[in-house]
Design a protein around this ligand. Structure first.
Ligand SMILES: [Zn+2]
Length: 303
């Protein structure tokens, strides 16, 4: 059975010790049947310690953490679960310095935890195509924003000089997709749109030249911001622009500085949180646990 909890107190009560966390992770990970993380075999032996398992096929012995972001962690899972609560329940995310204090771990450990959780969160962006009414808009991370805070930064931490371009696609009453665009050429941005928006959908964009000539595929409305036009009836990009405003507050308010190198993972985190904003804190932790498959080693992270 998968435990439910709706507050930090309930979370702590549901998971009083390591074993209860292991049981919960096991219930979530094997909710569709147990399997070996090495060979995928589905016939397993279970050790009486409720921690270790052995695969009949490949004979490997493993714990439920193998093949997840918790694989080689020395931290108790309670701290991970609490970190997951904190990172998913705060609308603006949480800085690793704050997390370190809340969990009683070093700042380096907290930073690594947040990076691993972001790795788990990375949305399977661009899975299901969007349809209906879609607002498309591009956003830039870096550039002027960075210069504004130059006095607060120290040398050598700037992570590259270029701006990062992000394309966002928001289905009204639906999901958000975001992706880092290699450039903002029409061909590139339109390629992303065509791959992710069902033909015939209503498409709202601003008058950016990259969005030209989409009218043959979509019911395309362009709002001309340069002429001071922002809303024409239901024709506007206010939804996606609010998302960008929210993201910018998260980046500036919580993380102060964000390198281009790690930006993709933060973008994934913010997008995931946005798409899961109405499911409740406890469900968000469980949803995140479902994504915990796959590891990220410190070596890979700093590479
Ligand atoms: Zn196996």
């Amino acid at each position: 059975m998968i435990a439910q909890f709706d507050s930090i107190i309930e979370l702590m009560e549901a998971f009083p010790d390591e074993q209860s966390c292991v049981d919960h992770l096991t219930a979530i990970r094997w909710r569709n049947g147990e399997y070996c993380p090495y060979c995928g075999g589905t016939e397993l032996y279970h050790f009486s310690d409720r921690r270790n398992h052995k695969c009949k096929a490949c004979k490997a012995r493993f714990s439920i953490k193998v093949g997840t972001i918790f694989e080689d962690t020395k931290l108790p899972l309670r701290k991970w679960f609490l970190a997951m609560w904190l990172i998913t329940s705060h609308k603006k995310g949480i800085a690793s310095t704050t997390l370190a204090k809340d969990l009683g771990v070093t700042q380096k450990t907290a930073w690594f935890m947040t990076q691993r959780l972001r790795y788990a969160i990375r949305t399977k962006s661009f899975n299901a195509p969007l349809e209906g009414t879609i607002e498309a808009d591009e956003m830039y991370h870096g550039g002027r924003e960075r210069n504004k805070h130059a006095s607060k930064r120290t040398g050598g931490k700037q992570g590259g000089s270029g701006k990062v371009a992000v394309l966002g696609l928001l289905q009204r009453e639906g999901e958000l997709r975001t992706t880092i665009a290699p450039d903002t050429k029409g061909e590139t941005l339109q390629g992303i749109i065509k791959a992710n928006v069902v033909p015939g959908s209503a498409l709202m964009t601003d008058s950016h030249h990259a969005f030209r000539r989409l009218g043959s595929i979509y019911d395309h409305e362009r709002v001309n911001h340069t002429l001071g036009e922002y809303v024409r009836g239901s024709f506007h990009t206010n939804g996606i622009e609010s998302v960008w405003a929210l993201f910018k507050r998260q980046i500036i308010g919580t993380h102060h500085f964000l390198s281009a190198k790690h930006f993709g993972r933060y973008l994934g985190e913010m997008t995931w949180r946005f798409n899961n904003r109405s499911i409740g804190e406890g469900n968000r932790v469980n949803a995140l646990l479902e994504l915990a498959n796959g590891r990220l080693t410190y070596k890979e992270l700093i590479a």
